[in-house]
Design a binder for this molecule. Sequence first.
Ligand code: 5GP
Length: 115
Amino acid sequence: MSDTIFGKIIRREIPAAIVYEDEDVLGFKDIAPQAPVHVLFIPKNEVIPTLDDLQPTQAHLIGKLALAAAAYARQEGFAENGYRIVMNCREDAGQTVFHIHLHLLAGAPLGHFGA
Ligand code: 5GP
């Protein structure tokens, strides 16, 4: 089981604003939102620290994270306006929690990003 802060959220050991859950994926609001909508989607049952650790047998989980984000966007009514999904891998990307996660950002026009 994940030894990170997200593992504690999965196990309900610390609170989180959970907005989505299915058998494989948990979605909850980011504690320090970078956009009006900022939700994190994580795998619930697999320990995958970074994208670089993803095994071929786990590849479907990335699709499940993306589908969960898209479903949430439709449910909340901002799918047509658009949104961004981001996955940071390791230090240069600014990854701080080493339990793989997809950021969903939305709710306003988002600036371009990069270096
Ligand atoms: P990363 O920088 O690793 O891609 O993203 C980690 C995200 O997790 C950050 O946006 C950060 O604000 C969020 N985060 C860190 N600790 C917690 C927490 O305890 N609860 C919630 N809901 N989000 C957290």
